[in-house]
Design a protein around this ligand. Structure first.
Ligand code: AHR
Length: 670
């Protein structure tokens, strides 16, 4: 009952984030390719710097993003710690007298209390356990798979194990044997090669002989993880992130930071070290939406804080951890820690800074060193709370900031204004945070595409004397926020591109931006739209992904003034545009959105005292149909296409195709 009330409440709150539905601005629908569109770009008058962190990534374990996603573990419920210990497991041949017992040793091993005892009597046929994986296991022909298990033999005549990968018809597509012999707990490993490709394989473990033994942490990883790290990450998914060339990586969420209740909040210290010491908890998204139930969604923390820092380093992004500030998700239980009991939460933040940046001799720097990273991660930002609102948040944030700044004055603190980018709670938070001299404030925008077009001007008149903005979660919703029917369609992506020109034009205020959520498993998602979709073998970037990629890969270093008839380009003739200069490559970079159904010419004069190259390039992302989406079958139906562009002296006249987003790059000669 409580659960359904909570589910209903999040849906109501989500729907309350919906913005007024207005038609797409097609006022210039009759514009032809001959339209004047006289645009000036002042290449000699660079304005504010574009922060290196401008375009980044928001990572949250939602939609099977971590377990079942980027964390390449193939076995679900590998340590029998789900609420139902055998969820994900099936007993094969249960008609024998053979038994499986689930034993709880929480007193001696609170982080990993349960294990299974398998017993087989003399002369009995073999007994098996089958693991279903995360909606199956993606297996590749010719690939090596690394199996491991913690085990101990209980009797002198040892049991043996046969390990099999099978396809949905039950045909074996990879097999090996293992005979754990020690009487003490020990990790056993064995590798074998798969003989067929299969997206929905299962792992069967057959136990043979007479006797009994105990098993725990049953694991299977492919060989081709990112950087071939054992027990590592799915390489195709990391590559999609690396290709974004992100300025930062925000982790681990999202509401997952807060937890449904405080007991199930994200605690970074429980996510590092040996995987058997990482305390599994429920994933707060598992039964969040009645229309997308995923009761088998837990957090093993195989992807833990060390892995997040390592991932950020691998892909050249600044790490931005967000910590619980003593408040559980306000859409769920809204539990708060009394103010006089906040110390452990604050200590977690201080210890995290030492873990990331402390010397190898410091307490937490030593832990980092033991995990294999003696050099500091050089973390510059930390987030206090995710999407909190109200007086309780401001009270707690104030205490956190004081403690962090006293010890680490150079760390930049990220705070937030709650789930909505306007309204009473937003106004209250913005007012209080300004008074408190907040540094970087996170705003979230989940709204229809029309909101995004209209809000291309949102920051043009923002208070320049106040805090900087982290546009920390945004995504255009084709139906409404939290609707399971939302699509990553071209209309949404195009509206985000228009909005992002406004973010870029105001880079003196906007320091960080990230689309949300990031990942979704096609068979196990809870929230749509999402930037990247995947199944057990394949993955693809949505049209929205390519918009993000084009902005990030063409970030530049300084904003250039750009006008259409002396005004910023914020929807005139259905056009939205911004410009930057890149000091590293000496290029002028234009970003131009044509939101109309007609081609238009942009007659751009580049006001520069320097000579320009005679050939530039134009990269176009477009679709004639605003409803088009990329998919596993057509992963680049909407994908960037690059062409040469002729520059005539100081002018360039790109044709802006109907419903298109174009990047133009022009070299400035020395
Ligand atoms: O991105 C999905 C959710 O939206 C995030 O967890 C939360 O911060 C926001 O409400």
């Amino acid at each position: 009952m409580i659960k359904s009330i909570l589910t209903a409440s999040i849906i109501i709150l989500c729907i309350s984030q919906v913005y007024s539905q207005q038609p797409i601005n097609n006022s210039s629908a009759n514009h032809s390719a001959q339209s004047p569109n006289l645009i000036s770009v002042y290449a000699d008058k660079p304005g504010s710097s574009v922060q290196p962190t401008m375009w980044g990534i928001f990572f949250e374990d939602i939609n099977f993003a971590a377990d079942g996603g980027i964390y390449a573990e193939l076995v679900k419920n590998r340590s029998f710690e789900f609420y139902k210990p055998l969820m994900g497991w099936k007993i094969l041949k249960p008609d024998t007298t053979t038994g499986i017992l689930i034993i709880n040793q929480s007193k001696t091993n609170p982080a990993n209390p349960r294990y299974a005892r398998i017993t087989l009597a003399e002369g009995e046929p073999s007994f098996g356990l089958s693991n279903a994986g995360f909606r199956g296991m993606g297996i590749k022909k010719g690939m090596a798979y690394h199996f491991s298990i913690l085990a101990r033999q209980m009797e002198s005549s040892p049991l043996k194990m046969r390990i099999e990968l099978v396809n949905p018809k039950g045909e074996v597509i990879g097999t090996t044997n293992l005979a754990p012999e020690e009487k003490e707990w020990k990790k056993y490993t064995v590798s074998f090669v798969a003989t067929a490709t299969e997206p929905k394989a299962k792992l069967n473990l057959w136990f043979e002989g007479k006797g009994s033994f105990d098993i725990d942490i049953i694991s299977l990883f492919p060989d081709d993880t990112w950087k071939n790290r054992p027990g590592g990450l799915r390489a195709d998914l990391v590559q999609l992130l690396a290709d974004l060339r992100p300025g930062f990586l925000r982790f681990p969420g999202g509401c997952i930071v807060e937890g449904r209740d405080l007991e199930n909040r994200y605690q970074w210290k429980k996510t590092i070290g040996n995987i058997e010491d990482r305390h599994l908890i429920v994933n707060r998204w598992n039964t969040e939406f009645a229309h997308r139930l995923t009761p088998d969604y837990f957090q093993s923390f195989g992807m833990g804080f060390f892995e997040y820092f390592q991932l950020a380093e691998d892909i050249g992004a600044e790490p931005l951890p967000i910590l619980n500030c003593g408040m559980a998700c306000q859409f769920n239980t809204a539990e708060v820690v009394p103010m006089d009991q906040l110390d452990p939460y604050i200590q977690d933040a201080l210890d995290l800074i030492e873990f990331a940046n402390g010397s190898a001799n410091s307490k937490w720097g030593k832990v980092r060193t033991q995990l294999g990273h003696p050099a500091p991660f050089n973390m510059k930002f930390i987030g206090v709370g995710n999407e909190q609102w109200g007086t309780q948040y401001i009270e707690r944030y104030t205490v956190f900031v004081k403690a962090i700044k006293e010890k680490y004055p150079n760390i930049k603190i990220v705070t937030g204004t709650g789930p909505s980018p306007s309204g009473k709670d937003f106004d209250y938070a913005a007012k209080e945070l300004k008074k408190l001299n907040a540094q970087i404030v996170d705003e979230h925008y989940y709204a229809n595409p029309e909101w995004f077009f209209q809000n291309a001007t949102r920051y043009d008149n923002y208070d320049r004397k106040s805090f900087k903005i982290f546009a920390g979660e945004y995504a255009a919703q084709s139906k409404f926020t939290c609707s399971p029917d939302n699509q990553n369609n071209w209309k949404c992506a195009l509206s985000e591109a228009a909005f992002m020109t406004g973010l870029e034009r105001n880079a003196d205020v906007i320091y960080m931006c990230s689309y949300a959520p990031l990942f979704a498993h096609v068979d196990a998602w809870q929230w749509t739209p999402d930037l990247i979709w995947f199944d057990n073998l394949k993955s693809f970037g949505t049209a929205n992904y390519f918009v993000q990629k084009l902005f990030s890969n063409n970030k530049g270093t300084e904003v250039l003034p750009m006008f259409l008839e002396n005004k910023p380009i914020t929807g005139q003739n259905g056009l939205y545009a911004s410009a930057v200069f890149d000091k590293n490559t000496d290029e002028i970079i234009l970003k131009l959105v044509n939101s109309t159904e007609k081609a238009q010419t942009a007659n751009v004069v580049l006001e520069s005292t320097k000579k320009l190259g005679s050939k530039g390039k134009i990269i176009v992302l477009k679709s004639d149909d605003l409803n088009n989406v990329n998919s596993l079958e057509q992963p680049i139906l909407i994908g960037p296409v690059e062409q040469e562009l002729i520059i005539k002296g100081k002018t360039v006249n790109p044709i802006l195709e109907p419903y298109s987003f174009s990047i133009v790059r022009i070299k400035v000669l020395k």
